[in-house]
Design a protein around this ligand. Structure first.
Ligand SMILES: [Zn+2]
Length: 252
């Protein structure tokens, strides 16, 4: 049951027939794990807290650096040198004190999968390296967790949803098979426009809310690609690889 204060706080969202009181209550009962509290994790975490997601699990091993602040908007100048999970947690509690926040200062590795992540309804990939993405993908396929995946670099970005609960959903490995990849450039190597990570991150947040409330059509089977220089979005069909080493034997 939502309190009077919550009904007022979320009134503009509850007004939407797609959300309504039931949808808002579903958000309040949901848990989302956000892996990476950088340029993508910042808008994702802020919008999910503001929108009324009940529990957020924040995972990041890093500390806030001056050069992060141009795009990692959940952190402020006061937080330089502070663990990103603590800095983000403080900001998110100010934004919405009703959101319960768990912080895990760690790299996402298979050896350490705390219960906080196992119990998440949706996982957000907001990291910037292939190794973590592969670990995350295998975890989500094995445990049938929807994975909302985003990436941004320079003036471009891409976003999609992998949902192993759906038999035809591709996984990250279908898109980028392990062993064939070259390690992608990171923002620290090639630069990124501040608002471009915001554009991709807010699409990720919107997809998470849709999955939790259960309306609309998700990005499962589609890769949305942004070219911000000419401001074009393209939607590319993404098929499951029948021979995928990670998800092909997952029948249901
Ligand atoms: Zn696959």
């Amino acid at each position: 049951m939502l309190s009077d204060e919550e009904l007022l706080r979320y009134s503009r969202q509850i007004m939407l027939p797609e959300v309504d009181i039931q949808g808002q209550e579903a958000l309040a009962k949901s848990r989302v794990a956000i892996i990476g509290l950088g340029g993508l994790g910042s808008p994702v975490s802020m919008y999910l807290a503001a929108a009324g997601v009940g529990e957020l699990v924040l995972v990041d091993f890093d500390q806030v650096d001056l050069s992060n602040l141009q795009r990692q908007i959940v952190h402020t100048s006061d937080s330089i040198g502070v663990d990103k999970v603590l800095s983000a947690s403080k900001a998110l509690k100010q934004l919405n004190p009703t959101t319960h926040i768990f912080t895990i200062k760690s790299k996402f590795t298979q050896a350490q999968l705390p219960d906080e992540i196992l119990q998440a309804d949706v996982i957000v990939d907001a990291t910037d390296n292939f190794n973590t993405r592969y670990v995350l993908n295998r975890f989500c396929v094995r445990h049938k967790k929807p994975l909302v995946s985003g990436a941004a670099i320079g003036l471009s970005g891409q976003v999609t949803v992998f949902d192993s609960r759906q038999p035809n959903s591709p996984c990250y490995h279908c898109l980028y098979p392990e062993g064939h990849e070259e390690q992608p450039m990171t923002c620290s190597e090639s630069g990124v426009l501040a608002s471009v990570v915001g554009m991709i991150g807010t699409v990720q947040a919107t997809e998470v809310i849709k999955l939790l409330v259960g309306f609309g059509t998700s990005l499962v089977g589609r890769l949305l690609v942004l070219d911000a220089k000419y401001m074009e979005w393209r939607s590319l069909k993404l098929a499951k690889n029948a021979q995928c080493q990670v998800c092909a034997d997952q029948k249901s």
